[in-house]
Design a protein around this ligand. Structure first.
Ligand code: F6R
Length: 608
């Protein structure tokens, strides 16, 4: 977790560092700080709390300098206090460091430094870094050499940027945590993620583990730890700065919910032709998966729900497939062979649990594919192949548009796998592609006509919110409940509709609002389950297609959230999920929750 930014070049660094930190706030928001060089040495300003609090302090006493580093924190070692906020320095304030990741051997390094007389002011693992650099500087090493020697001593995961009194330069490296370089005519940025500097440049170098970068106003050099030059190409990203801003919406989450028609058009662009029934997936032409015997998906949270939807598509077509919670898979991997395809589903491409599962699968000899939103992410680079969901940057901690884009991307990928494995070249592909071609428009209709806000108002104050569905609706109800609980802090659970009577029904009272999702398949059985909860007095909100025509559902439901009739249960699930996203959003908004930054959570979870 945590976000880092560094900037060097003409003009003053502070405002650009703050903009970068605000764009990275989704990576952590319990404390923030900057260090800039203004002649004498780094000036450090850091505060517990959100970046707005740091801004207030800086407004009173603004340091100046053209070179600087910044950090927004999500605590892993020590509580969120001013002392534990980054940047961290050595005792003499000569070296300032920001770090994302975990230094696993910090106890040992700290004990050694303490024996040699160093005093520490924070509980963090990071603070050992500036102290080690200081020792090497005292021994006569140049700042670059001191940085390299220090990095050699670290184990764990890290992206680090360092500022020293001696030079107007930034020293940076990564191992296991993301770091990208942005370039713009005489100005350089280093950051955990591209949106940090998208306001200033869209030319990007994705750095690899082990790369060491030195940037000053005259240029940049990328080498390995031993100092050998490495060649990294400059890529231009096609995200624009407004994509990373709120564009007039009260919350990123609402903006991102509303961006879904556009995001899905991008996801589908050039990939699905309903007229010919052909799927075109960049690096995955027909036959790519001919050797595959079974598929295992690994993912966390919302991405796990998308993975469940992918597994459903495959099992329906007779291809053995299973979705695993990545942290469980990393603990006890499922048996696999060289013919097992392991698909890591991860929006960020940086989720530590998913990467750990992936590495277990790679070590066991599996072929791997990443389905991710982030080009250049660790998952994309560590897998044999990557398929990008093209949803654009997602800033709200609660994943919304990336879920829809994941489900759609996976539906195409899984059809391709099924065609290759079963040899059945068409199957029901045309029906899927027809429904997908209508999906952006159908989704716009849901956004325009949704009564989710009224539903949220009507059922506010329930003791609990249950979400039930079967088949393709099952991942949707799990996702609906996750979204509801994470941003409203209300008790919400998703259940396979048929499972309710095996235990959870005991919890159902007239104060339990039940959302029942109907996707056009197995609807009658789900309706029986609705009747069971209604018999216990629970209000029921149905999410269903064309509810007016579906008299029985309308008759039993207390309220209906309507979706266009897609004639495809998987695609109907995407639309139903958008209704549930809106319900969660409005319920949380009514309760005054900090929707984009739910308590205890962060967007990119880079610890196991
Ligand atoms: C919930 C949410 C999380 C993520 C999970 C995995 O709204 O966003 O559950 O889905 O942390 O993240 P990625 O997809 O980046 O691997």
């Amino acid at each position: 977790m945590c976000g880092i930014i560094a900037r060097v070049g003409s003009g003053d660094a502070v405002q650009e560092l703050l903009t970068g930190l605000e764009n990275l706030e989704y990576r952590g928001y319990d404390s923030a700080g900057i260090a800039v060089k203004n002649g004498d040495g780094p000036t450090v300003v850091k505060r517990q709390g959100q970046i707005s609090q740091l801004r207030d302090v800086l407004d009173e006493d603004l340091p100046a300098g053209a070179v600087g580093i910044g950090h927004t924190r999500w605590s892993t070692h020590g509580p969120p206090t001013d002392e534990n906020a980054h940047p961290h320095t050595d005792e003499h304030g000569r070296v300032a460091v920001v770090h994302n990741g975990i230094i696993e051997n910090y106890n040992e390094l700290r004990a050694g430094l303490q024996e040699r007389g160093h005093e520490f002011t924070s509980d963090t693992d990071t603070e050992v870094i500036p102290h080690l650099v200081e020792e090497y500087l005292d021994e006569g090493h140049s700042p670059e050499s001191a940085f390299r020697e220090t990095v050699r001593k670290l184990s764990g995961s890290y992206a680090i940027a360092m500022l020293v009194a001696e030079e107007d330069a930034i020293y940076a490296t990564r191992r296991g945590s993301p770091l990208v370089l942005g370039l713009k005519e005489g100005k350089y940025f280093l950051a955990s993620d591209v949106p940090a500097f998208l306001d200033f440049t869209d030319d990007v170098v994705y750095l690899d583990d082990g790369d060491v970068v030195v940037v000053d106003a005259d240029g940049h050099a990328i080498t390995d730890l031993a100092g050998n030059p490495v060649d990294r190409s400059v890529q231009t990203v096609d995200w624009n700065p407004e994509d990373a801003g709120k564009s007039g919406y009260e919350h990123y989450m609402l903006k991102e919910i509303n961006e879904q028609p556009t995001a899905l058009r991008q996801t589908l662009r050039g990939r699905a032709d309903p007229l010919t029934g052909e799927i075109t997936l960049e690096d995955f032409p027909p036959g790519t998966f001919a050797d595959v015997e079974s598929v295992q998906f690994v993912a966390c949270g919302t991405s796990y729900h998308a993975a469940l939807a992918g597994a459903n598509v495959l099992t329906e077509r007779g291809v053995p497939a299973q979705a695993f919670i990545a942290s469980e898979y990393a603990t006890a991997p499922a048996p696999l062979t060289g013919e097992t395809l392991v698909v890591a589903v991860t929006q960020s491409g940086e989720t530590a649990d998913t990467l750990a599962a992936l590495r277990r699968a790679t070590a066991a000899g599996a072929r791997t594919v990443a389905v991710t939103n982030v080009v250049g992410s660790t998952a994309a680079r560590e897998c044999d192949d990557a398929l990008f969901i093209r949803a654009g940057p997602e800033i709200g901690v609660a994943a919304t548009k990336t879920f829809s884009s994941q489900v759609v991307t996976l539906s195409l990928l899984c059809k391709r796998i099924a065609q290759d494995v079963t040899g059945d070249s068409n199957g029901d592909v045309r029906q899927l592609l027809e429904a997908l071609s209508e999906l952006p428009g159908d989704l716009q209709q849901v956004l325009d006509e949704s009564t989710a806000r009224e539903v949220a108002e009507e059922y506010a104050g329930s003791d609990a919110y249950f979400f039930i569905g079967r088949g393709s609706a099952y991942p949707v109800v799990l996702e609906g409940a996750l979204k509801f609980k994470e941003i409203s802090y209300e008790h919400a659970e998703g259940f396979a509709a048929g499972e309710l009577k095996h235990g959870p029904l005991a919890l159902v009272t007239p104060e339990t609002t039940v959302f029942a999702v109907f996707t056009g398949r197995n609807d009658e059985k789900t309706l029986s389950n609705v009747k069971e909860v209604q018999a216990r007095g629970a209000p029921v909100v149905a999410v269903a297609a064309d509810a007016d025509a579906n008299d029985e559902i309308a008759e039993f439901a207390d309220a209906v959230l309507s979706i266009p009739d897609t004639h495809h249960p998987g695609v109907a699930g995407v639309l139903a999920n958008v209704q549930l996203q809106l319900v969660a959003y409005h319920a949380a908004n009514l309760l005054g929750r900090p929707i984009d930054k739910p308590r205890n959570l962060a967007k990119s979870v880079t610890v196991e």
